[in-house]
Design a protein around this ligand. Structure first.
Ligand code: ADP
Length: 199
Protein backbone atom coordinates (compact mmCIF):
# COMPACT_ATOMS: atom_id res chain seq x y z
CA UNK A 1 0.00 0.00 0.00
CA UNK A 2 1.15 3.54 -0.76
CA UNK A 3 0.29 6.40 1.60
CA UNK A 4 -0.08 9.91 0.18
CA UNK A 5 -0.58 13.17 2.07
CA UNK A 6 -2.37 15.87 0.10
CA UNK A 7 -1.53 19.38 1.22
CA UNK A 8 -1.83 22.93 -0.06
CA UNK A 9 -3.31 26.29 0.86
CA UNK A 10 -7.00 27.00 1.19
CA UNK A 11 -8.68 27.03 -2.24
CA UNK A 12 -5.82 25.23 -3.98
CA UNK A 13 -8.06 22.28 -4.79
CA UNK A 14 -6.93 19.68 -2.22
CA UNK A 15 -10.45 18.43 -1.60
CA UNK A 16 -11.17 18.26 -5.32
CA UNK A 17 -8.03 16.18 -5.88
CA UNK A 18 -8.88 13.94 -2.91
CA UNK A 19 -12.41 13.45 -4.27
CA UNK A 20 -11.09 12.50 -7.71
CA UNK A 21 -8.60 10.02 -6.25
CA UNK A 22 -11.16 8.55 -3.87
CA UNK A 23 -13.36 7.55 -6.81
CA UNK A 24 -10.68 5.16 -8.02
CA UNK A 25 -10.67 1.49 -7.06
CA UNK A 26 -8.63 0.49 -4.03
CA UNK A 27 -8.34 4.01 -2.63
CA UNK A 28 -9.28 5.04 0.91
CA UNK A 29 -9.44 8.71 1.89
CA UNK A 30 -9.27 10.48 5.23
CA UNK A 31 -9.14 14.13 6.20
CA UNK A 32 -7.19 15.62 9.11
CA UNK A 33 -9.74 18.37 9.88
CA UNK A 34 -12.65 15.95 9.92
CA UNK A 35 -10.72 13.54 12.12
CA UNK A 36 -9.85 16.32 14.58
CA UNK A 37 -13.49 17.40 14.80
CA UNK A 38 -14.66 13.81 15.25
CA UNK A 39 -12.10 12.93 17.90
CA UNK A 40 -12.73 16.08 19.94
CA UNK A 41 -16.28 14.79 20.32
CA UNK A 42 -15.77 11.03 20.44
CA UNK A 43 -12.47 10.44 22.23
CA UNK A 44 -13.21 10.43 25.99
CA UNK A 45 -9.62 11.13 27.04
CA UNK A 46 -9.28 14.04 24.65
CA UNK A 47 -12.59 15.47 25.83
CA UNK A 48 -11.44 15.21 29.45
CA UNK A 49 -8.15 16.90 28.60
CA UNK A 50 -10.00 19.73 26.83
CA UNK A 51 -12.22 20.25 29.86
CA UNK A 52 -9.21 20.30 32.20
CA UNK A 53 -7.44 22.86 30.03
CA UNK A 54 -10.33 25.02 28.84
CA UNK A 55 -12.95 24.56 31.54
CA UNK A 56 -16.37 22.93 31.96
CA UNK A 57 -17.85 25.27 29.34
CA UNK A 58 -16.01 23.18 26.71
CA UNK A 59 -18.91 20.73 26.89
CA UNK A 60 -22.46 21.93 26.27
CA UNK A 61 -25.42 20.88 28.43
CA UNK A 62 -26.42 18.21 25.89
CA UNK A 63 -22.97 16.59 26.15
CA UNK A 64 -21.72 17.83 22.79
CA UNK A 65 -18.52 19.77 22.30
CA UNK A 66 -18.80 23.58 22.42
CA UNK A 67 -16.74 23.97 19.28
CA UNK A 68 -17.76 27.58 18.65
CA UNK A 69 -16.93 28.52 22.26
CA UNK A 70 -13.59 26.81 22.05
CA UNK A 71 -12.75 28.50 18.74
CA UNK A 72 -13.73 31.88 20.20
CA UNK A 73 -11.67 31.26 23.31
CA UNK A 74 -8.43 30.48 21.43
CA UNK A 75 -8.96 32.84 18.48
CA UNK A 76 -6.19 35.40 18.18
CA UNK A 77 -4.26 33.90 21.10
CA UNK A 78 -1.29 31.92 19.76
CA UNK A 79 -0.46 30.36 23.14
CA UNK A 80 -4.02 29.05 23.50
CA UNK A 81 -4.06 27.79 19.90
CA UNK A 82 -0.82 25.98 20.60
CA UNK A 83 -2.20 24.47 23.80
CA UNK A 84 -5.29 23.25 21.92
CA UNK A 85 -3.18 21.79 19.11
CA UNK A 86 -0.86 20.10 21.60
CA UNK A 87 -3.87 18.20 22.94
CA UNK A 88 -5.57 17.44 19.63
CA UNK A 89 -2.73 16.71 17.20
CA UNK A 90 -1.22 13.65 18.95
CA UNK A 91 -4.66 12.03 19.16
CA UNK A 92 -5.30 12.72 15.47
CA UNK A 93 -1.87 11.31 14.62
CA UNK A 94 -2.55 8.16 16.62
CA UNK A 95 -5.88 7.71 14.83
CA UNK A 96 -4.11 8.19 11.50
CA UNK A 97 -1.60 5.45 12.32
CA UNK A 98 -4.50 3.15 13.20
CA UNK A 99 -6.34 4.01 10.00
CA UNK A 100 -3.25 3.24 7.93
CA UNK A 101 -2.84 -0.15 9.60
CA UNK A 102 -6.52 -0.92 9.07
CA UNK A 103 -6.29 0.10 5.39
CA UNK A 104 -3.37 -2.32 4.92
CA UNK A 105 -5.38 -5.12 6.50
CA UNK A 106 -8.30 -4.29 4.20
CA UNK A 107 -6.18 -4.62 1.06
CA UNK A 108 -6.30 -0.92 0.15
CA UNK A 109 -3.72 0.05 -2.48
CA UNK A 110 -3.61 3.81 -1.94
CA UNK A 111 -4.37 5.62 1.33
CA UNK A 112 -4.79 9.38 0.91
CA UNK A 113 -4.91 11.96 3.69
CA UNK A 114 -5.92 15.56 3.19
CA UNK A 115 -3.99 17.76 5.58
CA UNK A 116 -3.63 21.53 5.19
CA UNK A 117 -1.39 22.03 8.21
CA UNK A 118 1.16 19.36 7.39
CA UNK A 119 4.18 21.14 8.88
CA UNK A 120 2.31 22.07 12.06
CA UNK A 121 0.97 18.60 12.75
CA UNK A 122 4.14 16.51 12.55
CA UNK A 123 2.71 13.87 10.24
CA UNK A 124 4.83 14.38 7.11
CA UNK A 125 7.18 11.49 7.87
CA UNK A 126 4.27 9.08 8.21
CA UNK A 127 3.70 9.15 4.43
CA UNK A 128 5.43 7.54 1.48
CA UNK A 129 4.82 10.67 -0.55
CA UNK A 130 3.49 14.21 -0.21
CA UNK A 131 1.46 15.93 -2.89
CA UNK A 132 1.27 19.72 -2.96
CA UNK A 133 -1.72 21.17 -4.81
CA UNK A 134 -1.21 24.81 -5.70
CA UNK A 135 -2.71 27.70 -7.63
CA UNK A 136 -2.14 31.45 -7.67
CA UNK A 137 -3.35 33.47 -4.70
CA UNK A 138 -5.93 35.28 -6.85
CA UNK A 139 -7.33 32.00 -8.18
CA UNK A 140 -7.53 30.58 -4.67
CA UNK A 141 -9.27 33.69 -3.33
CA UNK A 142 -11.86 33.59 -6.13
CA UNK A 143 -12.53 29.87 -5.54
CA UNK A 144 -13.00 30.20 -1.79
CA UNK A 145 -15.23 33.29 -2.18
CA UNK A 146 -17.44 31.24 -4.50
CA UNK A 147 -17.30 28.03 -2.46
CA UNK A 148 -18.00 29.56 0.96
CA UNK A 149 -19.94 32.66 -0.18
CA UNK A 150 -17.67 34.91 1.83
CA UNK A 151 -15.92 38.20 1.11
CA UNK A 152 -12.40 38.68 -0.12
CA UNK A 153 -11.45 40.02 3.32
CA UNK A 154 -12.75 36.89 5.04
CA UNK A 155 -10.75 34.68 2.65
CA UNK A 156 -7.61 36.72 3.32
CA UNK A 157 -8.19 36.38 7.07
CA UNK A 158 -8.35 32.58 6.72
CA UNK A 159 -5.27 32.55 4.52
CA UNK A 160 -3.35 34.53 7.13
CA UNK A 161 -3.64 31.55 9.51
CA UNK A 162 -1.84 29.27 7.04
CA UNK A 163 1.76 29.24 5.97
CA UNK A 164 2.24 30.34 2.35
CA UNK A 165 2.25 27.25 0.08
CA UNK A 166 5.78 28.12 -1.07
CA UNK A 167 7.17 26.84 2.24
CA UNK A 168 5.55 23.48 1.45
CA UNK A 169 7.31 23.08 -1.91
CA UNK A 170 10.58 21.63 -0.59
CA UNK A 171 8.54 19.03 1.28
CA UNK A 172 6.55 17.86 -1.72
CA UNK A 173 7.32 14.77 -3.80
CA UNK A 174 4.59 15.66 -6.31
CA UNK A 175 3.18 18.99 -7.37
CA UNK A 176 -0.14 19.60 -9.10
CA UNK A 177 -0.57 23.11 -10.46
CA UNK A 178 -4.33 23.50 -10.41
CA UNK A 179 -4.63 26.62 -12.54
CA UNK A 180 -6.90 25.37 -15.31
CA UNK A 181 -10.24 23.64 -15.62
CA UNK A 182 -11.53 20.74 -13.56
CA UNK A 183 -11.09 18.50 -16.64
CA UNK A 184 -7.44 19.47 -16.80
CA UNK A 185 -7.13 18.70 -13.10
CA UNK A 186 -8.71 15.30 -13.60
CA UNK A 187 -6.08 14.48 -16.23
CA UNK A 188 -3.29 15.36 -13.82
CA UNK A 189 -4.91 13.32 -11.06
CA UNK A 190 -5.23 10.32 -13.40
CA UNK A 191 -1.52 10.58 -14.27
CA UNK A 192 -0.55 10.81 -10.61
CA UNK A 193 -2.71 7.82 -9.74
CA UNK A 194 -0.99 5.71 -12.42
CA UNK A 195 2.41 6.75 -11.11
CA UNK A 196 1.52 5.97 -7.50
CA UNK A 197 -0.05 2.62 -8.23
CA UNK A 198 3.04 1.60 -10.24
CA UNK A 199 5.31 2.42 -7.30
P1 ADP B 1 -9.19 23.23 -0.78
O1 ADP B 1 -9.70 21.90 -0.28
O2 ADP B 1 -7.75 23.20 -1.14
O3 ADP B 1 -9.53 24.39 0.12
P2 ADP B 1 -11.20 22.83 -2.86
O4 ADP B 1 -10.81 21.53 -3.44
O5 ADP B 1 -12.38 22.84 -1.93
O6 ADP B 1 -9.93 23.54 -2.16
O7 ADP B 1 -11.42 23.88 -4.04
C1 ADP B 1 -11.96 25.16 -3.76
C2 ADP B 1 -13.16 25.41 -4.67
O8 ADP B 1 -12.70 25.59 -5.99
C3 ADP B 1 -14.15 24.27 -4.68
O9 ADP B 1 -15.44 24.77 -4.82
C4 ADP B 1 -13.71 23.49 -5.93
O10 ADP B 1 -14.78 22.76 -6.50
C5 ADP B 1 -13.25 24.60 -6.85
N1 ADP B 1 -12.17 24.18 -7.76
C6 ADP B 1 -11.04 23.52 -7.42
N2 ADP B 1 -10.27 23.33 -8.51
C7 ADP B 1 -10.92 23.89 -9.55
C8 ADP B 1 -10.65 24.02 -10.96
N3 ADP B 1 -9.52 23.55 -11.51
N4 ADP B 1 -11.57 24.64 -11.72
C9 ADP B 1 -12.70 25.14 -11.18
N5 ADP B 1 -13.02 25.05 -9.88
C10 ADP B 1 -12.15 24.44 -9.06
Amino acid sequence: MTTLAITGGIGSGKSEVARMLAEKPGVRAANADDEAKRLMVEDPQLRAALVRKFGEETILDDGSLNRAGLAERVFGNPAEVQALNALVHPVVREALMGAIEQAKRDGIILFIYEVALITETDVAEVFDAILLVDASVETRIARVMARNRISRGEVLARMSHQKPPDVLRPLADYLIENAGSLDLLRGKVDDLFSTLVDL
